[in-house]
Each structure stands twice: as structure tokens, then as C-alpha cells.
Design a binder for this molecule. Sequence first.
Ligand SMILES: Cc1ncc(COP(=O)(O)O)c(C=O)c1O
Length: 287
Amino acid sequence: MIDPAPSDAPDRDFSDTFTDLDPSAPALTVGELSTQRGDGIFESIGVVDGHPQEVEPHLSRLAHSAHLCDLPAPQPEQWRQAIAAAAKACGPGESVIKLILSRGVEHGPTPTAWVTAAGVADFARVRTEGVALVTLDRGYASDVPARAPWLLLGAKTLSYAVNMAAIREAKRRGADDAVFVTSDGYILEAPTASIILRRGDEFVTPAPSGGILQGTTQMSVFDHLEAQGFRTAYETLPVSALTEADNAWLVSSVRLAAPIRAIDGVPVAVDTGFTVALNEYLLSPRD
Ligand SMILES: Cc1ncc(COP(=O)(O)O)c(C=O)c1O
């Protein structure tokens, strides 16, 4: 658990604000708004051989989500140190560190914050064989993020019940995962990943202003591709762009790059060599 410091507290050794807990023992009170209302925010950070990946982009997004949700801004150095402490508990191979900032106990004085470290599933197969997706209507038009900011569409909130329901629906339809689309026919994101499309030497992803999370993995992949001389772009992409692309991937911090092999039953070409190289890059230490 973390006793959250005010965002303007001077940087110092924050270890006296951390309490180690037994993960199998009770830790939250029943009045917690994270569990009662999903009222809080989180981040999932990939860890490779004890190295937490892309810590600063995750902390920036945590701060952005806090701002959108009217939660107190995190003190970045405190969270950096909490991540470093959690990383020490990770063994070799791949793990995940989760950061959680909840609104706390109803009428309580402060938010509740904690960090967890855990092992992850083996994603080797999905990274090579890829995923079949179905498009699912997200139920709103592309102008909604600007018209209704209280929907918190760019925030990574704890309210993931809809995202999990979409994955179950995709499985009911015989696919592995979903890609959300707006009711007026534009591509958004997958329930737990960003989407990247390849068109020749150009890689495109939906613009984050469209009410999706800006993916830390997508940003890292774009930097990597630009360094290799490829063009990258953020665009408003119609659903038809999915099957017109040369190749496509879901990218996220823990599963990394999963090639898309079909969309709504239409095959999409998988570039195995390119995907292997992309995942090698994503598994290399990244700050
Ligand atoms: C809805 C959604 N979009 C995109 C992403 C990808 O973000 P990142 O690359 O930072 O993991 C996630 C990750 O969990 C997500 O839940």
C-alpha cells in the first residue's frame, strides 16, 4: 500500500510511505470506492527480467487519468520508487506491475493507492499465431468524447466491466478478441490494446482524441519504426481500413504485439518475421 503524498511534495526517499502486504490477506475496507464503484484509475506496466518498461509514459498517463477523474495528482517520484520496489519482487522472465489509485473510502480523507507485482500468462503463441477479431459497436459516435467528457473516455479507469464483456462477446462469436468501432463507423481500440495498421511503409493508429487511451506500447512502437525510417501517423480511420491494411497488430504493455490474422472472418496477412522483430524490440529494456 502507498500512503499517497501530495503532488507538490518535494522529492525524497518515500520508502516510509510504503507498507508491504501479504497479497492473500485482506487489504481493503468494504467501503472502498474502487470496489464499490470502480471509481479509480490504474496502469499495467510490463516487466522483463526485473526491468519495468516505459515507466515515465505510464506515470504520465496515470497523471492524465487522475486529472480527467478529478483525483489528486500523483507525486511522480513516490510512484517511481514504488515501481522500483515492486520490480525487485519480480523474478526472471515477464511480469506485470499494476498501479492503482482509488478514490478511497466513501467520505474518507485520502485516496487509496497500491502497487502489485505478479507473473503473466505465456503469450508466445498469441504473439506468433495472432488473433482473430470481431468489430463491436462501442455505442457512441465519434463526436462524443468532445461532447461528453464525463464519460472519461481517455482515462484508464478501473471500470473495465464493459471491456471484459466485449471480450466475452468476441469469444461467443468464435473470435479471440474485439475491436471497438464508433456507431458512425470509425476504428477505436481493442478492449485491452491499441491497434496499429500497416499500409506499405506507413503505420497508422486511430487518433487518441477519438476517445481512446493513448497506448504506451503504440507510442514506443512508433518511435522504433520512425528510427527505422518508416512513416507513422494518427488518423481517423474508417472500419474499412482494417481489412484494407497490409498487416495489423494489437499492441499493449503485457501481451506486446499480437498480429491480427482475421477481422470479422476476413483474413488479414500476418508478417511473421516483422512481428518477431517487433516483439524482440518490445522485450528489450525500454525506458
Ligand atoms: C482500452 C485500452 N487501450 C489501449 C491499451 C494499450 O495501452 P498500453 O500500450 O499502455 O498497455 C490498453 C492497455 O491495457 C487498454 O486497456
